[in-house]
Design a protein around this ligand. Structure first.
Ligand code: PPS
Length: 573
């Protein structure tokens, strides 16, 4: 039935799930095996290995495989493979692992998903890896930051046995495996299929663009957005998928299907786009197209390479890839003719909305015009994308000890409480360390845990439309970026850099800690014997040598009002 479909990459769709008998054996034998709790990103990648989306891989790469993929984009048998697929573990866990011995892989709830027969363990050359994948080792580069903060230092490789697919309680009906999708399209007699990926909601122009592209490729369509790991540009996961489900009604059931792809976006350029295409091929697609996501911080730049570069890379590797790349064309609405046309071919009387404009309309509570989108899609977006005046937000103060973070945050608190409307929580550095983080010290590792905990609590508050005020030192750029990434998809994140010079903080020395740090009594003291990365992405910068706490609070309130989080009339009330 499926003979007319494109062959999976490497020839066959891998199935490494064990049968019932082996399942029982594993359950009883595995009691004493070391057990690794997968990170969310690792769980996504494991799912792609278990369900055959990463065919022909049957496990995580060993060092020899990794080296060859990095060097030549090939597996040992010569099959093209553009990006490493590895399992990263901590040094501590590595002490329990031995080559030749199995370990179990579990999800965050402790459910066993797979067994890894460890063949190999090594410490990769991180700088070489960063250079090869992201073209830079610059720690402030967003892709580098995301990779280093989500990857442990040691890699282990070996063959996998699948015990159970990762559990998804959300949208299970949209999560067909490659085999499932192949069976469906096989039954329908399709042979050519265009896989379309986007991180944005799909509106009328996109429906036209995808229909036209599928027609041009003489293919059916699978709308297959990558989900699972939220990036800064994403709207809320559930809203996004509900909106896709609504828009699906506007495609013909005979010609299109909707399926989710549990795959992280690593921002690794051409290598990653080619990998995404191979995964699509394993799902049965012959063509691949995606709508580029515009970077939230670098206006005009996309999270992936330019389309012409991708096209050239696909041309170069076409024989190896076996799936065609279809460049994405932006469609606009031609008012005279009441039709949607590619922007490059449009006449003068056109209407178009960028994703940013759509979001700012939603945030300001303005309408999305019917020529742009569908009533049901707009209704979905409005539900979980309330205007900023109703969204939650986090004001995150960072700065040296004694810089005045707590003073300003404490002065801001009653002002916001007085406005009413949202609950306000203050997560002050000192207070957090007495409660939430009472067991932690000031090593780099402990500071990171502390800030990520604060970030997690603030993200929950923000998600539930409250206000979180955080005031830790938060000395490291990468941890602050991780917190921003966590919170921005859920509401506002306002980083306030309290830029009081160290000499001033030291002169104040209200707690006598600087004197102790200078005397070497306190080790690793921020600004003296431990680093503080000056923020480059702060929304607000305050120097408390020049501003009084009231003036600093006013500056923050003005920013919040300008951005629409609070009413302007409330500032001086
Ligand atoms: S961090 O780096 O963000 O986790 O620090 P934070 O939780 O904000 O805690 C900072 C407060 O702890 C006191 N303290 C130290 N600060 C920096 N370095 C060292 N080694 C240290 N030891 C104790 C210090 O009083 C900080 O309080 P604030 O309110 O910032 O002055």
């Amino acid at each position: 039935m499926e003979q007319h479909l494109i062959r999976p990459h490497g020839g066959t769709l891998v199935d490494i799930m064990v049968d019932e008998k082996r399942h029982d054996e594993i359950r009883s034998e595995s009691r004493d095996w070391p057990s690794w709790d997968l990170t969310p990103r690792q769980t996504l990648e494991l799912e792609l290995l278990l369900n055959g989306a990463f065919s022909p891989l049957r496990g995580y790469m060993t060092q020899a495989e990794y080296d060859r993929v990095m060097r030549e984009m090939r597996l040992p048998d010569g099959v093209f493979w553009p990006m490493p697929v590895t399992l990263d573990i901590t040094e501590k866990f590595a002490e329990t692992v031995e080559a030749g011995k199995p370990i179990t892989l579990r999800d965050q709830e402790g459910v066993m998903l797979a067994v890894l027969d460890v063949e190999d363990m090594w410490t990769p050359d991180r700088d070489a890896e960063l250079k090869e994948l992201f073209g830079t080792t610059d720690p402030s580069n967003r892709a580098v930051l995301s990779h280093t903060s989500k990857t442990n230092p040691i890699y282990i490789g070996g063959a996998l046995e699948g015990v159970q697919y990762p559990l998804h309680y959300d949208f299970p009906d949209l999560r067909a495996t490659p085999q499932g999708v192949r069976s469906r399209i096989g039954r329908r007699g399709w042979s050519r299929m265009l896989a379309f990926d986007t991180r944005y909601p799909i509106h009328r122009p996109d429906v036209e663009a995808t229909r036209a592209a599928a027609k041009e490729a003489n293919a059916n369509l699978i709308i297959q957005p990558m989900v699972g790991e939220i990036v800064r540009e994403d709207i809320d996961h559930f809203t996004r998928i509900r909106a896709y489900r609504e828009v699906k009604q506007n495609y013909s059931h005979q010609t299109s299907i909707l399926g989710l792809l549990p795959m992280p976006l690593k921002m690794a350029g051409l290598r990653e786009v080619m990998l995404q295409a191979l995964v699509r091929k394993n799902y049965g697609a012959t063509h691949f197209m995606f709508r580029p996501t515009l970077s939230a911080e670098n206006k005009g730049e996309t999270l992936t390479p330019p389309q012409d570069e991708i096209r050239a890379a696909f041309d170069e590797h076409q024989e190896d890839l076996g799936i065609e790349f279809v460049p994405y064309e932006n469609y606009v609405y031609e008012t005279d003719n009441d039709q949607y046309v590619p922007a490059s071919k449009a006449g003068k009387s056109i209407k178009t909305l960028t994703e940013e404009q759509v979001r700012s309309r939603l945030q300001d509570g303005r309408e999305i015009p019917p020529w742009f989108s569908y009533e049901e899609v707009i209704a979905e977006l409005k539900k979980t994308y309330p205007p900023r005046s109703q969204q939650g937000f986090t004001v995150f103060f960072t700065g040296l000890s004694g810089s005045g973070k707590s003073t300003v945050a404490n002065a801001l608190l009653p002002k916001l409480l007085q406005m009413g409307g949202r609950p306000v929580t203050l997560l002050d550095g000192d207070k957090v360390r007495k409660n939430l983080s009472s067991e932690l010290g000031f090593s780099k590792e402990h500071r990171d845990i502390n800030i990520l905990r604060i970030g997690y609590v603030a993200s929950e508050i923000t998600k539930n439309h409250g206000i979180a005020l955080c005031a830790p030192i938060a000395p490291y750029e990468h941890t602050r970026a991780a917190v921003r990434d966590l919170i921005e998809p859920l509401g506002g994140f306002i980083l306030v850099y309290v830029d009081t010079p160290i000499e001033v903080c030291e002169t104040r020395d209200r707690k006598g800690l600087y004197a102790k740090a200078r005397a070497g009594i306190i080790k690793e003291f921020t600004g003296i014997s431990d680093p503080y990365d000056v923020p480059v992405d702060a929304e607000i910068v305050i120097d408390t040598t020049e501003l009084s706490p009231e003036e600093a609070v006013h500056k923050v309130l003005l920013y919040l009002a300008n951005q629409g989080y609070i009413g302007e009339d409330k500032i001086n009330a």
